[in-house]
Design a protein around this ligand. Structure first.
Ligand SMILES: [Zn+2]
Ligand SMILES: [Zn+2]
Length: 273
């Protein structure tokens, strides 16, 4: 009886802004193994959302015995640390109708990738527009409408002999690029892009800042603000813009918001004036 391999010997190198689930998907495709089977071979329990719930040591274990250094894997495995610490932040992430971890993708980006991969930012609900190509991201396959779920890699090869990659639909194996790029959106402006960048940045850093207010603010407060105040009404955007209501200094607004937050969430957000 042959022993199960404990290392994979080869694995792809993680890419700079790649999500953990994307890298695992590429490992699965390199070894023509499903997500659950690949981890099973390594003695690692598969979790439903590897971006959030796969322990860093388990992610490093996947790369053990390969030429992939441990350090980038360790960094990648910590990317969603804030969501592990404050699970309510998962509200900011994409899931499909069945609750599986899902992504939106920019077709232009995938089409020009030397190696197609899923970006960390594509996991976020607020990240709806590609800041490079100024188009909307797509959230499903144009042919079969399957969601883009990171734990369901397309395995095998195309009829032309190309190995499937993350730009191929796991449902019907068609290329996600087939449907063409997402719609060009004339409403995309600098503020929209700053706002989506700020949400991602806040979660990845584990805190956020508001220009004009000294000090770091916690992500629980961030969620509360998001739930209770319109971003465009109060114009409190983490790490970026802040257009206070007339006559009120930014620091005054933030101090009032913090007081309201600490006094307990009100059903109807009180006026700041
Ligand atoms: Zn793009
Ligand atoms: Zn499809």
């Amino acid at each position: 009886m042959s022993e199960r391999p404990h290392t994979l010997l080869v694995a792809p190198r993680p890419i700079y802004d790649e999500s953990p689930a994307s890298w695992i998907q590429r490992v699965c495709q390199m070894h023509s193994n499903s997500y659950a089977r690949l981890l099973g071979h390594l003695g690692i329990p598969a979790v439903s959302d590897p971006d959030i719930h796969l322990p860093v040591d388990h992610l490093c274990h996947i790369g053990r015995g390969t030429y992939v250094p441990e350090e980038p894997l360790r960094s990648m495995g910590s990317i969603f640390h804030a969501v592990r610490t404050l699970p309510r932040l998962s509200r900011l992430l994409n899931y499909d109708r069945r609750g599986s971890p899902a992504y939106r993708v920019c077709v232009h980006c995938l089409a020009t990738d030397a190696v197609p991969y899923l970006r960390i930012a594509w996991r976020f609900k607020d990240w709806r527009h590609c800041p490079i190509h100024f188009t909307q991201l797509i959230e499903d396959c144009s042919r079969c409408h399957a969601s883009i779920v990171s734990t369901r890699p397309s395995l095998g090869q195309t009829p032309s002999g190309r190995r499937f990659n993350v730009s191929d639909c796991a449902g019907c194996h068609a290329s996600l690029l087939e449907g063409g790029p997402g719609k060009a959106d004339p409403s995309i402006d600098g503020r929209t892009l700053v706002a989506q960048t700020s949400v991602v940045s806040a979660v990845l850093h584990g805190f956020f800042c508001i220009e004009g207010f000294r000090g770091r603010l916690g992500l629980d407060f961030f969620l509360w603000l998001r739930d209770n105040y319109s971003w465009h009404g109060v114009r409190v955007v983490p790490g970026g813009l802040c257009s206070p209501e007339e006559g009120l200094a930014v620091s005054t607004i933030v101090r009032r918001l913090l007081k309201i937050y600490k006094d307990g969430s009100a059903a109807t957000p009180p006026s700041l004036a």
